[in-house]
Design a protein around this ligand. Structure first.
Ligand code: C2E
Ligand code: CA
Ligand code: CA
Ligand code: CA
Length: 277
């Protein structure tokens, strides 16, 4: 028994070591991913329930690793956040979106708005990138309404006045702000008071179980009603079935996003999508 204990301890530490090595290796690879053109963006259309038109899309970051293949953002974004690389990566995402959005508006959809995910650390630094984004929009003659910034609740968990000041600057300039993954945190509702919010994105976990016996349908409806009264528009995430689509539509949800509507797609396919819609 004593031996066994010793062995399992040994395996345990070996496992931990393996995990640590894997993380460090991945982080090192990520440092070169931008230069090596391994990062790209997929665009997922977001449609209006009212008329089915796709006037928005979320930019979703992808990493095609030369040896390991596709690595999920849920795996590498936390690494990027911890290491500070997220600033450079986010700036790259923003540049990419800027390169395309005006052209897409000119050729396919005047009202097109691209939603960009942002990370807390982008707002925490005193002087930083994220406020340069506004200058960039002006320089490039891109209308502020072309961009929507998605923020998550953990942004304000460490709330400092700097964060909301920056968000208010964006909003004042005409950039929309969405509270992402709404309902999953501890105090989503209190952020509605502190943050300038134009949109709420109902987390896909609510939509998923909406058709079960759970309370999630009631919660979805309550969120939509509350948002309406506050003058906030609602996007439902993770719409995977006709049934979910119909229920959300009947509840008066404004926008839908999910596999039932359209999957995230390459830049080329997104252009074809815009052309066809
Ligand atoms: P998120 O912001 O909640 O993005 C929505 C996620 O739901 C995406 O996962 C999308 O592919 C997925 N999704 C869309 N429709 C459906 C559906 O019908 N069913 C299901 N089950 N999932 C659906 P993805 O692309 O793996 O991204 C994961 C997370 O990574 C994102 O969650 C976001 O938090 C983060 N992320 C992605 N791109 C960026 C980025 O450029 N910057 C930052 N900071 N975070 C990003
Ligand atoms: Ca998002
Ligand atoms: Ca989300
Ligand atoms: Ca998320």
């Amino acid at each position: 028994a004593k031996d066994l204990g010793k062995n399992s301890y040994k395996y345990y530490t070996q496992d931990m070591q393996a995990v640590a090595v894997k993380r460090i290796t991945l982080l090192n690879d990520l440092r070169y991913a931008i230069q090596n053109d391994e990062l790209f963006i997929e665009y997922q259309p977001i449609t209006s329930f009212k008329d089915g038109k796709a006037i928005k899309a979320e930019a979703l970051l992808r990493w095609q690793h030369p040896e390991k293949g596709r690595i999920a953002p849920d795996e590498f974004i936390p690494l990027a956040e911890e290491s500070g690389l997220i600033i450079e990566i986010s700036n790259w995402v923003f540049e990419e979106v800027c390169k395309n959005v005006k052209r897409w508006q000119t050729h396919y959809c005047r009202e097109l708005q691209i939603c960009i995910n942002t990370s807390p650390s982008q707002y925490f630094q005193q002087e930083t990138s994220i406020t340069d984004w506004l200058t960039r929009l002006l320089d490039e003659n891109i209308a502020a309404r072309s961009i929507l910034l998605e923020v998550t609740e953990n942004l304000l968990m460490e709330a400092d006045t700097n964060v909301s000041k920056k968000l208010f600057q964006f909003r004042q300039a005409g950039v929309d702000i969405a509270l992402d993954d709404f309902g999953t945190g501890y105090s989503s509702i209190s952020y509605l008071k502190k943050l300038p919010t134009d949109y709420l994105k109902i987390d896909k976990s609510f939509v998923k179980t909406m058709t079960d016996v759970s309370n999630d349908k009631v919660l979805c409806e309550a969120i939509i009603v509350m948002a309406k009264k506050l003058g906030i528009k609602v996007v439902a995430e993770g719409v995977e079935t006709q049934e979910q689509y119909d229920i959300l539509n009947n509840m008066g949800c404004d926008f839908g996003q999910g596999y039932f509507i359209a999957r995230p797609m390459s830049k080329t396919n997104f252009e074809a999508f815009l052309k066809a819609h």
